[in-house]
Design a protein around this ligand. Structure first.
Ligand code: NAP
Length: 341
């Protein structure tokens, strides 16, 4: 791999694809050449990258010839088909989809937690689910000091988590609602304007958990390398354009105070405390949007646990950045192949 790698983005026109471009630019990620890949719908259009117009190509089997790093954000089926092709062509793949996350041969990485796993990759590194990243960045430094036995999470997930078309549908359905017009949803199965609903992924009839919830449970165990951690989670989509929030309550092995949690989180990489009781000012999507850190606040003892082992908090993070593009670029920055160039 050259010091200035050739980068391909599969899904460049999507909500995450746009953030790949902006994040590479912002972090001055060295790029010799950018290959912009999407579906036939976008072929021939252009994207702006560092003052140049890059023509979008339709993704096909030879798209990765000569590519050093391939960033995938075009959905699981595209990743399943094309990531192995990219690896065969000599690229390292950082995949945003869920296709390979639970594959024991694929590292599932949040650099603030398990950057050391990047070195073990066999061509593909998976980016975790965005709701999982939002919870785990602030939970990990606590877990290291005082093991978390059990965590209960309720999510408030933004439209952008479902892609660019879902954001547009939220805006359009809100406009229609305000104008008193009927609106026929095309992307989201439920009315979205002035409404919220249980996460629109498939429900497992046995457990009653939806796919998003199951991902959070499994990925937490894999990333923390702790099969015993008990995770309960309810995922909900809210009519917010960008940035997920989560109400989190966790129980540690030993007693823990809110002051200790505040101390730990104030030194934690990737976390910013926003916890102003006097002003009733806590993490919000509007403040988290466009930010790299997970905002953490409302840190307080869980009064339902009189033993003093449990803490509640509220967090917000831009899931298009830390939950997707930023986390993937951080991984790309740490690739051992780049250090050897
Ligand atoms: N949104 C998030 O917060 C988030 C967070 C973490 C992970 N992810 C994952 O990232 C992926 C993309 O999410 P997104 O939110 O960016 O979705 P999106 O806005 O709907 O974008 C989808 C992208 O995939 C491309 N694509 C679709 N079908 C294709 C095909 N047959 N061949 C080539 N390209 C194709 C689209 O190109 P066209 O424009 O040409 O159709 C577009 O660039 C998904 O796997 C998602 O689970 C998303």
């Amino acid at each position: 791999m050259k010091n200035e790698p050739v980068i391909a983005i599969a899904g460049v026109t999507g909500a995450v694809g746009a953030e790949f471009i902006a994040t590479m630019d912002r972090r001055k990620f060295p790029v010799r050449k950018l290959k912009a890949l999407a579906s036939s719908r976008s072929a021939g259009k252009t994207v702006d990258f560092r003052g140049q117009k890059v023509v979008i190509e339709e993704l096909h089997e030879r798209s990765f010839d000569g590519v050093d790093i391939a960033l995938f954000s075009a959905g699981s089926s595209i990743s399943r088909k094309y990531a192995p092709i990219a690896v065969k062509a000599g690229a390292v793949v950082v995949d945003n989809s869920s296709a390979f996350r639970m594959d024991p041969n694929v590292p599932l990485v949040i650099p603030e937690i398990n950057a050391q796993r990047i070195r073990e990759h066999k061509g593909i590194i998976a980016n975790p689910n965005c709701a999982a990243i939002t919870a785990l960045v602030p939970l990990w430094p606590i877990h290291r000091v005082n093991r978390i036995k059990r965590v209960i999470i309720a999510t408030y997930q933004a439209a952008s988590g479902a892609g660019a078309a879902a954001m547009e549908e939220l805006v359009e359905s809100t406009r229609a609602h305000l104008a008193g017009e009927a609106f026929q949803p095309k992307v989201i199965a439920h009315p979205y304007a002035f409404n919220l609903f249980s996460h629109d992924t498939t429900i497992d009839p046995e457990t009653g958990y939806n796919d998003e919830e199951t991902k959070v449970i499994r990925e937490t165990r894999k990333i923390f390398e702790d099969e015993r951690i008990a995770v309960g989670v309810t995922c909900v989509r809210v009519p917010v354009l960008r940035a997920h929030c989560e109400a989190i309550t966790f129980e540690c092995e030993r007693p823990i105070s809110e002051a200790e949690v505040r101390d730990i989180l104030s030194a934690a990489p990737g976390v910013r405390i926003v916890d102003d009781r006097a002003r009733n000012y806590f993490p919000m999507p509007s403040d988290a949007s466009g930010q790299d850190e997970v905002l953490a606040g409302r840190i307080r003892a869980d009064l339902s646990d009189p033993t003093g082992h449990s803490i509640s908090m509220f967090v917000a993070a831009d899931q298009l950045l830390k939950g997707a593009a930023l986390n993937a670029i951080q991984i790309a920055e740490l690739l051992p192949e780049r250090a050897m160039a």
